[in-house]
Design a protein around this ligand. Structure first.
Ligand SMILES: Cc1cc2nc3c(=O)[nH]c(=O)nc-3n(C[C@H](O)[C@H](O)[C@H](O)COP(=O)(O)OP(=O)(O)OC[C@H]3O[C@@H](n4cnc5c(N)ncnc54)[C@H](O)[C@@H]3O)c2cc1C
Length: 413
């Protein structure tokens, strides 16, 4: 029998990782993306491996915050009025996922997969011959406001229940631990398990390069559909022609919904749009990534500069970016570090692929056995991309992954 040919749609961190692992298993793999590898959402994230992040975005009481999200277009979580009718069904599921017993289940599932993420990142760094790209420094969440820190106690309790290690610090300790910060922070939490990559975009580009060097094929084209035979897809249709294959992996990030529908599944996937500002010459560099507990964004000392990244905007895939949101990040950044050199500053917006329960889809199709789905990683796509790629290869090979994959099933809704 000739080798199995798998088409992977999407060359972000998830698709490229899946392609590499499938290739290791001896499959013939074609990676298809309308952009160059890494140029989707994987290009501009905060580059943090957030192993501690086992809380879903929707936490108990979120329902009462929705009016606030609609009122303030520049708040850490904002909903565009014009997008409200479209996202309403997703929001209902989001609120349903915030029930305490559901949050507990989600956090257990997230923790189980997060615990495997660092080892697979180390393996990826070795595979691209760049072991120093992964910085295992931990990260520090900082709080100026007592009130914010008090409400963060809920997160700490959840993390304690999931066995996440952390260390709480107070003012003087924070100053000594991270001297680049202004002395305004009254509370901090250090998470030793977390780490970051020096350049998240280069990571994906290099992984794609190694995949191609090892004989993988990369096709730059927009996927428009599938030829479906008796047992499932037999070819991927693109704008430039068809690619025959034995199986399909959909890893198209926030754009996966329509492709998934063509393969027989309806998924409640939407997008949480996020922004970044990168300062190539900031002249202030923390020694590890930071998280602003007051305003919910990350600060990362990257090779390409100091990056402020985060915030959530529910506004869909088509609306133009609102770069005032990036400006807000910058304003908070100035308060954290004092004066910053903004020469060469760049702004960016990306589309987190988000499921309402904050759990990714990592699953074989139920309609067709030769389809697999890997997307919806929301805030954790860089963290979980490589381990997801490994699990996809396990699923394709029919191997046990050692994880309970039911929480990630495509038909869980
Ligand atoms: C501001 C911000 C900060 C973030 N910070 C972090 C962080 O610190 N840590 C973390 O773990 N995660 C973070 N994330 C989330 C993370 O970036 C995403 O979850 C991750 O990049 C998703 O990867 P992906 O491979 O699924 O999607 P993408 O990188 O978006 O890749 C999907 C690819 O599919 C392609 N595609 C789509 N449709 C088609 C089609 N029809 N035909 C051909 N190609 C198609 C696209 O061109 C794209 O390249 C952040 C996100 C944002 C926005």
């Amino acid at each position: 029998m000739s080798e199995q040919h798998i088409a992977v749609i999407g060359a972000g961190i998830v698709g490229v990782s899946a392609a590499l692992h499938l290739q290791r298993d001896g499959k013939r793999v074609t990676l298809i993306d309308e952009r160059n590898p890494g140029e989707g959402t994987s290009k501009g994230n905060a580059a943090v491996l957030a192993i501690d992040s086992c809380a879903p975005v929707a936490t108990p009481g979120v329902m009462w915050d929705v009016p606030k999200y609609l009122k303030d277009p520049l708040g850490p979580l904002a909903i565009r009025w014009s997008y409200l009718p479209k996202i309403a069904p997703w929001l209902l599921r989001f609120v349903a996922a915030s029930k305490p017993e559901r949050v507990e289940e989600i956090s257990i599932a997230l923790r189980s997969i997060l615990l495997q993420a660092t080892a697979v990142h180390r393996d990826l760094a070795r595979a691209i011959n760049e072991t120093s790209i992964l910085k295992e420094t931990g990260w520090l969440g900082v709080f100026e406001s007592d009130k914010k820190f008090e409400s963060y106690q809920w997160d700490l309790d959840l993390q304690k229940r999931r066995g996440v290690p952390f260390q709480v610090m107070k003012q003087e300790e924070i100053r000594q631990f991270e001297p680049s910060l202004q002395p305004i922070f009254r509370h901090a939490v250090y998470y030793p398990e977390n780490s970051y990559v020096l350049d998240n975009f280069r990571l994906v580009r290099e992984a794609a390069r190694v995949f191609a060097e090892n004989g993988g094929s990369i096709v730059k084209a927009r996927v428009t559909g599938f030829h479906i035979g008796e047992r499932g897809p037999t070819a991927v249709k693109t704008e430039t022609g068809s690619i025959a294959c034995d199986g399909v992996v959909v890893a198209a990030g926030a754009w996966s919904k329509a492709l998934t529908a063509m393969l027989g599944h309806k998924v409640p996937l939407d997008t949480e749009r996020g922004y970044h500002v990168t300062l190539p010459n900031a002249q202030k560099m923390p020694r590890m990534p930071l998280y602003s507990g007051d305003h919910s964004f990350a600060v990362t000392p990257l090779e390409v500069g100091l990056r402020f990244a985060g915030t959530v905007e529910l506004g869909g895939l088509d609306a133009a970016p609102n770069y005032d949101r990036a400006e807000i990040l910058m304003k908070h950044g100035r308060r954290m570090f004092g004066e910053l050199n903004e020469e060469g500053r760049s702004n960016w917006m990306g589309f987190r692929p988000s499921m309402p329960d904050s759990l990714p889809v990592i699953s074989q199709g139920r309609r067709y056995a030769n389809t697999w789905f890997a997307y919806g990683h929301g805030h954790l796509g860089l963290t979980l991309g490589p381990v997801t790629g490994k699990i996809v290869a396990d699923l394709v090979a029919g191997r046990e992954s050692g994880l309970d994959l039911k929480p990630f099933a495509i038909d869980r809704f």
